[in-house]
Design a protein around this ligand. Structure first.
Ligand code: CA2
Length: 146
């Protein structure tokens, strides 16, 4: 049975490639989705790639992952640093979570150094740009094969 990885992207990630390329690079969200789909195919994983600017959508999708996904990659954007509610939903879904950030949040403002998502995550990758998503997919493939 093909395993499904839900990739959740939070607020403002739809702006990727359109502004602040010095922080987030030039690749768009569509480029990132294509990269993840290609990597998922190579790994034999189905990829369900989503983005929302709404905290409620992300929470609902994390809840749905309980029955609809085998693992999650989460870049919750700014909600990483604020949302106890999203953390609770990720814990409640009882699926492996890998947190991803495009930028190195530890080289940025101190308010970005703490992430509630990290508390629900098996591992965290940050600062490697879009490649962080493909590395996370490789790690998730190993976790799901174990
Ligand atoms: O580095 C990351 O992946 C972040 O999750 C991106 C978030 C930021 O709030 C986190 O601290 C780190 C921001 C989402 C991207 O926002 C953009 C805004 C303008 C142009 C491009 C992206």
């Amino acid at each position: 049975m093909t395993k499904t990885v839900l990739i959740l992207n939070g607020p403002n990630l739809n702006m990727l490639g359109l502004r602040q390329p010095e922080i987030y690079g030039r690749e768009t969200l569509a480029d990132l989705e294509a990269l993840c789909r290609d990597k998922g195919e190579a790994l034999g994983l189905a990829v369900d790639f989503r983005q929302s600017n709404s905290e409620g959508d992300l929470i609902t999708w994390a809840q749905e992952a309980r029955t609809k996904a085998d693992g999650l990659l989460v870049n919750a954007g700014g909600f990483s640093h604020t949302s106890v509610a999203l953390m609770d939903a990720l814990l409640a879904c009882e699926k492996p979570v890998i947190e991803v950030h495009i930028s190195n949040i530890f080289r940025r403002e101190t308010f970005r150094h703490h992430s509630y998502v990290s508390f629900a995550a098996r591992g965290v990758i940050c600062g490697l740009g879009p490649k962080g998503y493909t590395i996370a997919l490789e790690a998730m493939a190993e976790i799901l094969a174990a």
